[in-house]
Design a protein around this ligand. Structure first.
Ligand code: ATP
Length: 443
């Protein structure tokens, strides 16, 4: 990212996301709404691909994890039992001078405003993060409900039902992806801290004696997801072991990524003890214990959780992939120009291959190539503008391979394949093209 400051880099990324239709402000024509973001055509494709990759890795490729999709609004007693209504809060402090609001745990000095330096601040006040709504026609306390603040609580509530219907035995896991809502005091760093976001969580139920082994197992699996599947370099990630633990937990860690604004949590792996199932047993009056036939023992399973934010992974992929370099240009008065590219993993790039005929006259040859590639890859056809401009556009949306059809193609039945990162150009025979790209994209 060259000599850019963190703020520059984030501003450039935000601009790129808007320009190319990855992410933009929600309700923009009404001046937006703080902490809410819309994913445009390329953004939604890529976000879904990351989610699909997680789902395949965590659910489909395993015998001992099953999927679930629960509602966003649940019986509010769930949030009483989980402790969210009593404790899911942050302390906020307002600056009386510039009127900005901060989370006290994110302030370097709780006596000084981080924005304007004023010392005229309010005392810290507790602020519950649950988003409130009403269910039914009467808007009173009896009809209050909440948008889920995390996707895991309904998993705990459905534990027994899911176990029985899926014929799973402990140890096994239940996974879910979906929206979560938090009334964050200070949404910031683009999508990193939003008020509406997607979580991908897996709760693994096991015997307490085995829980620390499963914790080590899931820690390794989750690390491999980032390094092996998404191609994060080891040095861009770190594990932060928590020193302060909840009273019921034996261990907890965060997997952090080095964003331009500093290290930030992408995922948590947590030993949650029997806290959640015991609370839901108590509050619902329905016994959640499990009879383990092999051990001939009845117990409340201990939970090991992996919990990540899809939007934070998405943002990390953009930050990791953003590159600027100088390339030769034919622009008037210039010999070199900045080339912006997004080095996205081919598996999740919104467009995996672009077909670019050198001239519109080549459509009869280029269209069938495109039609064929589209069956196997996310492909795009672009015949407008100079070839240089078309390459630039594909570089900015992170397309790993561009296939150029030129007049020679008519004679030699070959096309040029350009690699986004290496900038190499290779001549490939049309009848080899699909196999060649398969090897590169799905290797
Ligand atoms: P933080 O300390 O950053 O507020 P957290 O510890 O409260 O996060 P968890 O409750 O453990 O987060 O949630 C699990 C995951 O959900 C996080 O690792 C993160 O990726 C994601 N997440 C949490 N809050 C947000 C948010 N406001 N915006 C986007 N993603 C979030």
């Amino acid at each position: 990212m060259g000599n850019s400051t963190p703020n520059d880099t984030m501003a450039k990324l935000v601009a790129l996301c808007k320009r190319r239709g990855f992410i933009f402000q929600s309700s923009e024509i009404y001046d937006g709404i703080n902490g809410f973001w819309d994913y445009g055509p390329y953004g939604v494709t890529m976000r879904r691909e990351v989610e699909k990759l997680w789902w395949k890795y965590m659910v489909e490729d395993r015998e001992n994890v099953v999927g679930l999709d629960t509602t966003i609004i649940c019986n509010p007693r769930i949030w009483e039992a989980s402790g969210h209504l009593a404790q899911f809060s942050d302390d906020m402090i307002d600056c009386l001078k510039c009127k900005k609001r901060f989370r006290s745990d994110q302030m370097e000095d709780v006596g000084v405003c981080p924005a304007c330096g004023s010392k005229e601040l309010t005392e810290p006040r507790e602020f519950n993060l649950m988003m409130k709504t009403f269910v039914g026609p009467v808007f009173d306390d009896e009809h209050v409900a909440y948008l889920r603040a995390e996707t895991c609580q309904p998993i705990f509530v459905d534990f027994d039902q899911t176990r029985i219907t899926s014929r799973q035995k402990v140890p096994f896991g239940i996974a879910q992806t979906g929206k979560a809502f938090r009334n964050e005091i200070n949404p910031r760093f683009f999508t990193f801290r939003s008020r509406e976001f997607v979580q991908m969580e897996m709760e693994f139920f096991c015997h307490d004696e085995e829980a620390m082994d499963w914790y080590a197992y899931w820690r390794a699996q989750r690390w491999a997801f980032y390094t092996d599947l998404l191609g994060f370099p080891e040095e861009s990630l770190r594990i932060h072991d928590h020193d302060k633990l909840a009273h019921y937990a034996k261990a907890a860690l965060d997997i952090e990524f080095e964003y331009p604004f500093g290290w930030g949590e992408m995922e948590g792996v947590h030993h949650r003890g029997t806290w959640d199932l015991s609370r839901h047993s108590e509050f619902s009056g329905k016994d959640q214990t499990y009879f383990d036939q092999e051990r001939n023992e009845r117990y409340l399973p201990t939970v090991v959780e992996t919990s990540c934010g899809l939007d934070r992974i998405f943002l990390a992929l953009l930050c990791k992939g953003y590159k600027e370099d100088m390339v030769a240009t034919r622009k008037e008065g210039k010999q070199e120009d900045v080339r912006i590219s997004l080095s996205l993993p081919p598996l999740v790039a919104p467009v995996q291959v672009a077909v670019l005929p050198l001239s519109k006259k080549l459509a009869d040859t280029a269209q069938p190539v495109y039609a064929d590639l589209k069956k196997a890859f996310r492909a795009e056809y672009d015949a407008t503008g100079s070839i240089g401009k078309r390459y630039r556009r594909q570089d900015e949306i992170g397309t790993p391979f561009c296939v150029t059809v030129d007049f020679e193609t008519l004679e030699d039945q070959c096309v040029t394949v350009r690699d986004r990162d290496a900038m190499t150009q290779e001549r490939i025979a049309l009848d080899q093209l699909k196999t060649f790209l398969m090897g590169k994209i799905f290797a």
